[in-house]
Design a protein around this ligand. Sequence first.
Ligand code: NAD
Length: 479
Amino acid sequence: MANPIALSDSAPHFFKDICEFFDQAAQFTKHDAGLLNQIKACNSVYRFQFPVRRESGKIEVVDAWRVQHSHHKSPTKGGIRYSDMVNEDEVMALAALMSYKCAVVNVPFGGAKGGIKINTKDYTVGELENITRRYTVELIKKNFIGPGIDVPAPDYGTGEREMSWIADTYITMNPGQLDALGCVTGKPLSLDGIAGRKGATGRGVAIAIRECVSFAEDMKALGLTPGIKGKKIIVQGLGNVGYFSSKVLMEFGAIIVGVCEYDGALYNEDGLDPDEILEHRKNTGSILGFPGAKAEFKSSAEGLEQPCDILIPAALENQVTEANIQRIQAKIIAEGANGPTTPGAAAAFIKNGGLIIPDMYCNAGGVTVSYFEWLKNLSHIAFGRMDRRYTETANLNIVNMVEAVTGGSLTEAQRKIIVKGPSEAELVNSGLEDTMIRSYHEIREVFVSNPDIKSLRTSALVSSIDKIAVAYQNMGIWP
Ligand code: NAD
């Protein structure tokens, strides 16, 4: 077993939590303890500060980080978080999670993460742009960004806008570099982003849940019926991950009974509409007072404890803890956020008969589609561009031939469905769906084949440790 990472009691504990999960899983592998320690360690931690000139004229110092956890594959990959809560421990933990996540879904990247310690609400758009561009320049100066080095993406507090600023800064500083646009993913379509990236993490969460609840024997053990239709779901965080998970789950026939945001929570066992809630917040400044809710709570935490089948924490880490786990009524926790459940809470939930779909698998849809975007940037062509019309012509020939031979004829609508070639969005969603389904089967297989493994998190980690260990063993240690 690998050595535990020592941290003082008063230190932040997210990285220690991840290492604890790692150690639990490492017991089920046969790798050398030294190799396990190498996999667990954060390879490069870059902590820096830079000045920003506020519009008031004042100069402020900003704290920032970029952590590359594992170089067993290149480039490293991981989002950038803007939050006044961000700290080194958190960025290290999130970088480690990225390594395990990429391995779980067979995306050939090492893990990384970045953070800037700011509250975005305190800055103007112009100031945020300056901060983002300066952060990018600091990364360039230290060779911490590039399509073959380290590729950031959005995370909490960042989105397409920030990714555009990063891409533009990198391209400006690297004129003529052919693959420069692959330096960051999560870009808008107009800047060679990829269709489907924005909603990819949420869509992946929804597919993960649908796959999980499709196993009749697993659902029987939880006292649930199989199938996603009619499952009652509470979502915490109506941002990128929470919003898109809710929308796709509704398409699948699930019911969003609860929504928790930083300003409170809403509940209605007959269903809530995320679009209507966001519209209400736009008009009133808060989700509270939404007319479609039957009950509302002043605290987000209280919303998590309401009746449902599945809870999706999709806001921040440390939301489900030993303090509230006994009051959580859900049978399944699907971790849309990174690290929302502490190790103690996870153990108690599983002991009480619950099931956790772990973050490193559950929210891996984002990095999966980021991988597709990176491939698109390196190949300089949109998916489907070369073969869409060819496929349509070939399909049309088949339809015409079958009609001629059988004497039958399709309706115009039927013909359209059969003939149509795939769009980029359809290819991306299909690649994402395939990845999420295959990966679930992979980790469930490890889970059911070893009765000593008590959680899907442990089985996901066993699978990912094995893959990273093999990569290190094949590379060797040099010099
Ligand atoms: P986001 O900024 O788009 O949304 C976060 C939402 O959570 C916001 O609506 C915010 O108001 C809400 N929130 C903040 N504090 C809250 C609280 N105490 N209670 C309830 N709601 C609260 O961020 P995101 O990109 O959706 O990321 C959310 C989580 O998912 C993070 O843990 C992130 O690391 C993880 N994640 C994101 C992606 C991605 O592609 N965006 C990929 C993988 C994992």
